[in-house]
Design a protein around this ligand. Sequence first.
Ligand code: ADP
Ligand code: MG
Length: 459
Amino acid sequence: MTSDTWGRVRGELLKSIGKNNFSAWIEPITFDALEDRTARFFVPTNFIGSWVSQNFGDLILRHLVSAGVGVDRIEFKVDPEAAARADNANARPSQPAAAETTAAAARLSDARPARTTALNPAYTFENFVVGKPNELAHAAARRVSEGEHVSFNPLFLYGGVGLGKTHLMHAIAWELSTSHPDMDILYLSAEQFMYRFVRALREQDTIGFKEMFRSVDVLMVDDVQFIAGKNSTQEEFFHTFNALVEMGKQIVISGDRAPVDMEGLDNRIASRLQCGLVVDLHPTDYELRLGILQQKADVQRAKTPGLTIAPGVLEFIAHRLSTDVRTLEGALTRLFAFADLIGSEITMDLTQECLSDLLRSADRKVTIDEIMKKTCEHYNIRQSDMIGPSRARNVARPRQMAMYLCKKLTTRSLPEIGRKFGKRDHTTILHGVRRIEELMATDSQIAEDAELLRRMLEA
Ligand code: ADP
Ligand code: MG
């Protein structure tokens, strides 16, 4: 089995167990090896291992088998090194190739003819905790959800993953469908928009497709970055968009970054988006995290009457995990499961044990600058050499080492790393990372350097 296959299986697992369970239980595990029809995985703690094995073991096995892996058993073992690597290497499930997803989604939509994807009943305004980082986005969403007149069109919500874009869009849809039952609201992801378009092309029913999309009162398209670079879909999207705006219909769109920063996004779409209201969801701050944790803990307490949480625990988590909301939810899900299992109060000790992997990775926030600095010191070269043009071996190799470490130890993307290294192209960074990986296998000095630097940076 390749890590690609595991990446695909992770994608399937995400679909079948939902994002919260996925981030609580599947994200922390890494594939190790397949031997004697046994798939071995590393887990950050024993608790996670036994929980995953009991609750998701069969499911994982089934998905592996249907992915064509010759496997009869799965095993989990603790490996702290792997835990540290895990949150860098596979923080997110890999995107399956476009052709495959097209087929899969066509099947999906065949089976479910509903126009709107099911809305999550938990994604309401009542359940949305408002704080400084999201107050503008929340206010704008509220305004649109009143549905009285179209005030800004489109509303474009953007921000990093797990910050509440989808939640707000569902909340608008819920609110509108309660206050205006006759209103025809269509919510779907940009990915689904594409699949439907592709299917309409295949079935030679683009007229039906156009009619359907042009007949709605409110159109909401989530994760528009998905269609960036997909030209015929963007073209169609642009026309749909214009037609609806002309008819005075409300449009709400979300994306993972500002329209101008979205590579491959049609300029006409980008400028259309700019014409409306563009608001971003900022990364969470301590108060918002605490508010969210308190709200989720209250909900859980209502469901589990015996549950008690020691004073200071939620504050501790809010302080130490400066992450997106989904990761926070995943941490709580795991904590509640743990407490339920051993039937005890959620104490500080229990929290530290149960969330040790998340806490560790939160501690280890190495920056690109630190990596450059330490690498220069180690190889005794100047910092200016890191970003300079010289290709001499004695600076090029350390530079590649630093690129490699940036990829492994930070969550920065290749283009972001490239910018830091004197505006180099992302392919140059990728080449550097690969080169070091190759050398590590053959050159023990390079492998030692990498290990030493990694340890120094993580200390
Ligand atoms: P995005 O679409 O931006 O990636 P989601 O809307 O899916 O993020 O949010 C991720 C998870 O975090 C969801 O379970 C959502 O309910 C929760 N969430 C995000 N922001 C908030 C908030 N402000 N209050 C309560 N829950 C939130
Ligand atoms: Mg989303």
